[in-house]
Design a protein around this ligand. Sequence first.
Ligand code: 13P
Length: 300
Amino acid sequence: MSELNNIVNKILENGKGILAADESTGTMTKRLGGVGVPSTPENRLLFRETLFCSSEMKNCIGGVILYDETIKQTSSKKNKIPDLIESMGSCAGIKVDTGAKVLAGSPNEKITEGLDGLRERLKEYYELGARFAKWRAVYKISEKNNLPSKESIKANSHALGRYSALVQEANMVPIVEPELLMDGKHNINICNDVTSMILEETFYQLANNNVDVEGIVLKPNMILPGKNSGEKISSEEIAELTIDCLKNNVPSSVPGIAFLSGGQTEIEATANLNQINIKNDTNFIMTYSYGRALQQSALK
Ligand code: 13P
């Protein structure tokens, strides 16, 4: 088994999942502002340290995705944050994209940036203790404007391919996150069709970039109806569609799939993942890489 595959297994062993604590300072400022807390470097660290030291960390979290600020901070007990995470039986990861910017030529879509200088930054993050990385591509459905466009899917998938190759070159595991947002009035079948298109192009580009898919974790959205569609779909049906979509579009050698929560409530994200695991008839380990669905109650 390769070194990268060992890291994947360590992160996902015994039913553990990933805590996404890699909000940019802008997003974290909004989250803390929502509970009336000023967003200072100290408060951002205090909240995150509280999560990392919680009693269920050791049982439930195999990996933590950090933001650049946090990986360089020191805990209140003077530990380096990656060391603190390791002492809780978990592995430190790092968000390495520099955000989604407007895609020139298609102003209603986004392209994720951050490839320039990435090789050098990865070296630094490895030395700081990171053993996996994350890059998020983001897509939105607009039936009126026929989005996402083929061009945005190609451009973002290509970036995910190049990112993944660079991360593996640095002996780290890439988390490959192509997120189709829940926003919109579309029905669940459209989410299924568009997610399939996105996953197909993502794995085409990973192959073109010679990425070893046994050494990645896929972080996809679940197959869900648009937030404003009015459709009520059971967790059982969501699970069946999600598993079928992954079976049809993800190489069976991918070891692990860790879903994002994407604006689902904690209960919805948990119930849907539970059904996915009850019905899982694949070899994929299916788990969570939640941000909001692991942090909301703690934040409040
Ligand atoms: P959510 O679970 O809040 O969607 O966040 C996961 C994540 O890391 C998005 O990039």
